[in-house]
Design a protein around this ligand. Structure first.
Ligand code: FNR
Length: 373
């Protein structure tokens, strides 16, 4: 869809030397409004900035003379083994940056043994993504306005062999970023959420009706704790909840029986002013105990960032925007290369920090910088 005149990307530009270089090159590989839509968060992008600065406040101690010859990055999460802790976050509408969209990302995930979380709002059908992805594939669910719509998506995900449902709960309202609004971004007409049936949008309250467009409008169909209880009865797949930042929510979810939670602020695209995910992580880890599965996303751009997230309590991380940037620059090859760069960067950190395995990466591997006020 995006820039049909441009030839399909199939080589890695020589200037890509680290995973974050995909972020630098991406503006050259997509339309400017698309870039503003992707790079922006919501509102004034306060939380987008917080996500990045949170990583910068931690440094990694080098440790000396340890034998690391048996080192590896394999992880076990909720009783299942994964080749490494670098997963692909659910990212909607990938045809915006590549004509084959999610299919290319799925191919990259397969060759790199990365667990791909496929979005409800994908621009390729979830069944086609499943056929292209590797065995480690999860489905990200948005509650639909009607229960049958939600049940139908869960059933389709089960039939297509997805291994878990990741229900995203932090984006009941998504306002665009000023950045995307100012650049006039509009989703191209042929980039659509093909998994969903057409639904007539709920009529919004007219101005002056005394009704709130938010509370009596969009929030009318937003899920509640009861809907999550219901969802847990609808599938035997492990259910994860994405978008958790408060330790009390994490504890409530843990006691309801969800498999794990994703500490995330949606890459700064949901509540502008929400804390950085990394800042929220230590309190959540402390609240749920050492063995409850936790993933983290929002702001990760390097192997060192991944190391810091693992040190502060995550079992694995999800990569959002870098996925789209790499896809726009070099298609499946780019996404695979981006994952490999992240993994190598993580391995270098582990080696120099004296950590042979992911469980060896503990909070005392980090030192927090003094934050001047
Ligand atoms: C997202 N994200 C997202 N999350 C989700 O649960 N379902 C979705 O459909 C989408 N779609 C989406 C589109 C775009 C363009 C972006 C940038 C993000 C959020 C995503 O899963 C993840 O939480 C963040 O992207 C992580 O932050 P970073 O890695 O982008 O900084």
């Amino acid at each position: 869809i995006a820039s049909p005149a441009r030839p399909l990307p199939n080589r890695i530009p020589p200037e890509i030397l680290c995973a974050q270089d995909y972020e630098l090159l991406a503006p050259r590989c997509m339309e400017l409004p698309s870039h503003d839509y992707i790079a922006g968060g919501c509102g004034r992008d306060t939380t987008v900035a917080a996500n990045r600065s949170a990583f910068a406040r931690w440094a990694i101690y080098p440790r000396l003379l340890r034998d690391l010859t048996t080192g590896h990055t394999r992880v076990t999460i909720a009783g299942k083994g994964y080749a490494h802790p670098v997963f692909l976050a659910p990212v909607a509408f990938q045809k915006l940056v590549h004509p084959l969209g999610e299919l290319e990302t799925a191919r990259a995930a397969q060759v790199m043994d990365s667990c791909m979380v496929s979005s409800t709002l994908s621009s390729v059908r979830l069944e086609e993504i499943a056929a292209a992805a590797g065995p480690d594939r999860w489905f990200q669910l948005y509650f639909q306005p009607a229960q049958e719509g939600t049940r139908d998506l869960v059933k389709r995900a089960e039939d297509a062999g997805y291994g878990a449902i990741v229900v995203t709960l932090d984006a009941t309202i998504q306002i665009p970023s000023m950045r995307a609004l100012r650049s006039g971004f509009r989703m191209p007409r042929d980039c659509v959420a093909v998994n969903l049936r057409d639904e007539t949008p709920a009529a919004s309250a007219p101005l002056g009706s005394g009704q709130s467009r938010i509370f009596q409008g969009v929030m009318r169909t937003a899920p509640t704790w009861r809907d999550l209880e219901w969802l847990l009865t609808q599938t035997r797949l492990p259910v994860w909840v994405k978008g958790v930042l408060h330790p009390e929510d994490a504890i409530a979810l843990q006691s309801m029986g969800v498999t794990g939670v994703v500490v995330s602020n949606h890459g700064g695209r949901s509540l502008d002013g929400a804390p950085a995910s990394l800042d929220a992580l230590p309190a959540i880890r402390a609240a749920v105990g050492a063995s409850f599965p936790l993933l983290l996303d929002s702001g990760i751009r390097s192997g060192a960032d991944i190391f810091k997230a693992l040190a502060l309590g995550a079992n694995a991380v999800l990569i959002g925007r870098l996925q789209l940037y790499a896809l726009s620059v070099a298609g499946a090859l780019g996404v695979a290369h981006m994952i490999r760069l992240l993994l190598e960067e993580l391995e270098v950190c582990m080696a120099l920090a004296g950590c042979a395995t992911v469980p060896d990466i503990r909070p005392d591997a980090l030192i927090g910088h003094h934050i001047p006020v």
